[in-house]
Structures are given as structure tokens and as C-alpha cells.
Write a protein that binds this ligand. Structure first.
Ligand SMILES: [Zn+2]
Length: 258
């Protein structure tokens, strides 16, 4: 198969995963099964047929509306499918066809689901982050950047650093700042990326989060505490660390050693 065709095939594969992730994003916060029943329109209960469920294409063909009652369908369906297609193609560029690639796709899928649930509900589901911790640890026996010890330290550093921040913030202000969900999520990221990756993730997320947080406060006059959920930044930081972590750390060590 030609390389171009292969990348297109993987992009399409990614959009199909994205389509499944959309179901998880809707159903996980409701604590309902992600397999049964089939998808229905929340407005008219029309059962969504397989030909209405083709990633990206159906959304465009239907003009972003339910086939039966014409209620607008959330843009999120389209965005998640497109995003997952692009991310899977990017992962393939970096890792080629390998077990590492497959594990990274699963990890990325977890990050995407967490991102969109956190954006909408300001929660990070334990159903993903908690099993993600032992799974990430198991992956360390396969992943080239992670030893089991790095992974274990990653869980402790990832969970511990944020826990210390949250505790310090609470002691200083008597208000809860960082949620427990963020702590468990960074522990999961630490399990998968190792302790260096967890730190790189946290630094990237903090920089991006403060920039965008300040922008929102200035532009929209939002209260700082409610300005931004942190999960999406941790997710973006973790994905960047996954692709560029080694280089970032090498670069950082080279400038700090001067
Ligand atoms: Zn409908």
C-alpha cells in the first residue's frame, strides 16, 4: 500500500474511533452503558441508522441536524471525529505500525474523552482515570521510554505534585481549587509517560492554562476559579509530551546546564 493511502486509511480509522468516543462522551457522565441501547436522537427518539453514523460524512450530509426532526446536532460529534482522525495519523507518523502505536492510540482516546467530558461537565470520570493508572503501569513493560520504575515514580509524582498544590491552595485560601479528578488524571499520565513525562505535561499544561485563563478573564470577565477546566490542558500537555517529551527534556537540561 502506498504511504499516502496508508495515512488516509489510518485517518479514517481514527474518525471511526472518534465516532465511538462520542458515545463515551455522552454516556459516561450519565453512568449508562456505552454499548446498549443504540443511539437515539435525544429530541425525537429517532433511532440513528448506520448510514447516519458515517464519521464526518453523515454530519455534513445531514447539515448537522437530526434526519427526522431537524434538531441541530452538537458540533462536538464532528470535531471529535476529525480530531481523532488527525491524532491517529500523527501517532502513525511517529511510531509506525507497532504495539507502541496501538497503546498510544488507546492512551490518546482516553485523553480525548476526558477533555470533552471535562469541558462540558467540569468532571474527569474516574471510570477512565482510575483503571488508566494500572493499565499505564502495565504498558511500561512495552513502552521504550518507560521502565516500570519510571512509571511507578510517574504515578507518585503525577498524583503527588498536584495533590501538594491542591493541599497548599486549600490551606492558603480555605477553598478547593484543583479537583481530585485532575490529580487522578495526572497520575494516569505519569503511569503512561513516566515521571519526566508527567512533569513535562504539568509544565506545558500550566503554561497553556494560564495563558488561556488570563485571556478568558480579560476578554469575558470570568472569575479565575471558574475560568477554565484543567483537564483539557493536561490532555494537550500529555499528547505533546508523548510526541516531543524526550526533545523537550533534552532541550531543557541543555539550557539549564549552561
Ligand atoms: Zn430528532
Amino acid at each position: 500500500m502506498s504511504p499516502t493511502l496508508l495515512v488516509i486509511a489510518l485517518f479514517v480509522f481514527g474518525t471511526i474511533i472518534g465516532s465511538f468516543l462520542n458515545v463515551c462522551i455522552v454516556r459516561m457522565p450519565q453512568q449508562s452503558s456505552i454499548v446498549f441501547p443504540g443511539s437515539h436522537c435525544p429530541n425525537c427518539n429517532y433511532q440513528i441508522r448506520f448510514y447516519d453514523n458515517i464519521p464526518l460524512v453523515s454530519y455534513i450530509m445531514l447539515g448537522g441536524r437530526c434526519r427526522s426532526c431537524k434538531t441541530p446536532i452538537s458540533m462536538r460529534y464532528f470535531v471529535v471525529e476529525l480530531l481523532m482522525g488527525l491524532l491517529v495519523a500523527a501517532l502513525f507518523f511517529y511510531f509506525g505500525f507497532s504495539l507502541v502505536f496501538i497503546l498510544c492510540v488507546v492512551f490518546t482516546a482516553a485523553l480525548v474523552v476526558i477533555t470533552f467530558i471535562d469541558l462540558q461537565h467540569q468532571i474527569i470520570p474516574d471510570r477512565i482515570s482510575l483503571p488508566g493508572i494500572p493499565l499505564g503501569f502495565l504498558c511500561s513493560f512495552v513502552l521504550p521510554w518507560n521502565s516500570w520504575l519510571d512509571s511507578l515514580l510517574g504515578i507518585l509524582v503525577g498524583g503527588g505534585v498536584l495533590y501538594a498544590f491542591a493541599l497548599g491552595y486549600y490551606l492558603l485560601t480555605k477553598k478547593e481549587g484543583m479537583g481530585g479528578g485532575d490529580i487522578k488524571m495526572l497520575a494516569m499520565i505519569g503511569a503512561f509517560l513516566g515521571w519526566k513525562g508527567a512533569l513535562a505535561t504539568l509544565i506545558l499544561a500550566a503554561i497553556a492554562g494560564s495563558l488561556i485563563g488570563v485571556m478568558l478573564i480579560v476578554l469575558k470577565g470570568k472569575d479565575f476559579k471558574y475560568a477554565v477546566p484543567f483537564g483539557p490542558f493536561l490532555a494537550a500537555g500529555a499528547f505533546s509530551a508523548l510526541l516531543y517529551g524526550e526533545r523537550l527534556i533534552t532541550w531543557y537540561c541543555s539550557i539549564s546546564a549552561r
